[in-house]
Design a protein around this ligand. Structure first.
Ligand SMILES: [Zn+2]
Ligand SMILES: [Zn+2]
Length: 341
């Protein structure tokens, strides 16, 4: 370090220090970008089938709602016309958000472990923690967790996905409906997808009910009545399922837990699973920031994803995986999950 020149203020000297960390973080992010490529097997027929199913359902419900509910209302006058106009606008906004989030979920890679010396598994580094790599999660023996299929060390909260054939950063779960894993980089899009699906299905189910009633009591062509009843049933069913799923994900987000971490806890501590806090729990507000991003104004928009690179996470505790459990139990759980995810 050179001796500061007289005109160099202490502030400038302080600012110079985090630049190296910042540079390292940028280099890590670029290495993640480079390594994060979708598996070529992704486009297999069995993987694409659930996606096609979702597209058919979304298109069918949208077409039924517009053709048999909105357009007839828009042909009327007065209050019905106004209602038709509002329904048309609201459903199009929700559907647009749904389609954008769905596309982002499919396109954006959840993030994988970078192929850099710090994370590469080789004989030299085997069994030793790399200096500067601070881990909350280790194996029972205290060694760094690693993936034998990817030949990489695993950062905290990272798991191997057998379908994607790679390690996924802060893996939540593999979702066949989006042909992708839900992980650090696309978690926000997935959460918003579930949210807008729930809002869209609920809005359609509630507002279309009057048209279904009218088609049953008034004289209506059979096809119109059939499509309305079919759409209403499908929509209500979807809304109920999605709302239950959304509630579960809101609960997980507020507790700073991923689906995998929840399942690991559930298999080991059935009774304590509801009360045990994750060590990544930093309080509800900060937990939401870590999924929906740093700006509350953009929480519900598919932009401004969370800060960080998915390789390290702030925690309220520095030793065990789960606060209130023994490190041995945690470590074995991590190892067990390594084999299954
Ligand atoms: Zn792996
Ligand atoms: Zn996957």
């Amino acid at each position: 370090m050179q001796t500061p020149v007289p005109d160099q203020t202490p502030r400038a000297a302080i600012q110079a220090k985090p630049t190296e960390e910042e540079e390292e973080r940028i280099a890590d992010s670029q290495a993640i970008d480079k390594a994060s490529k979708h598996s070529p097997d992704r486009m297999k027929f069995t993987n694409v089938l659930p996606f096609c199913f979702v597209v058919v359902i979304i298109t069918t419900l949208y077409a039924i709602y517009i053709k048999f509910h909105c357009l007839p209302l828009l042909e009327e006058s007065g209050g019905n016309f106004e209602r038709g106009r509002i329904d048309f606008v609201v459903v199009n906004v929700f559907s647009l958000m749904l389609v954008v989030c769905y596309t982002m979920c499919i396109v954006v890679h959840p993030g994988t472990v970078p192929n850099t010396p710090k994370w590469r598994l080789d004989e030299e580094s085997f069994g030793h923690a790399e200096p500067g790599v601070k881990m909350h999660e280790t194996k029972r023996t205290g060694e760094r967790r690693y993936c034998k299929w990817c030949a990489r060390y695993k950062p905290d909260r990272c798991h191997h996905c057998r379908v994607c054939k790679q390690c996924i950063l802060r893996m939540d779960h593999h979702c066949p409906w989006i042909m992708n894993c839900v992980g650090f980089r696309n978690h926000k899009y997935f959460f918003l997808l579930v949210l807008y699906s729930g809002l869209d299905c609920s809005y359609v189910g509630i507002t279309m009910f009057s048209s279904v009633q009218a088609s049953i009591y008034d004289e209506t062509p059979f096809l119109t009545m059939y499509m309305l009843v079919f759409g209403e049933t499908l929509c209500t069913l979807m809304a109920l399922l999605v709302i239950v799923f959304l509630s579960f994900h809101v609960w997980l987000m507020l507790r700073a837990t991923t689906t995998i971490e929840f399942c690991e806890k559930a298999t080991k501590e059935t009774r304590e699973v509801m009360s045990t806090r994750s060590i990544y729990d930093l309080g509800r507000y900060r937990n939401v920031l870590s999924v929906l991003g740093p700006y509350p104004l953009f929480w519900f928009a598919p932009i401004c994803t969370p800060l960080g690179n998915g390789l390290s996470f702030s925690s309220s505790d520095s030793t065990p995986l789960l606060a209130g459990t023994s490190p041995q139990t945690d470590a074995s759980g991590v190892r067990l999950r390594t084999a299954t995810h």
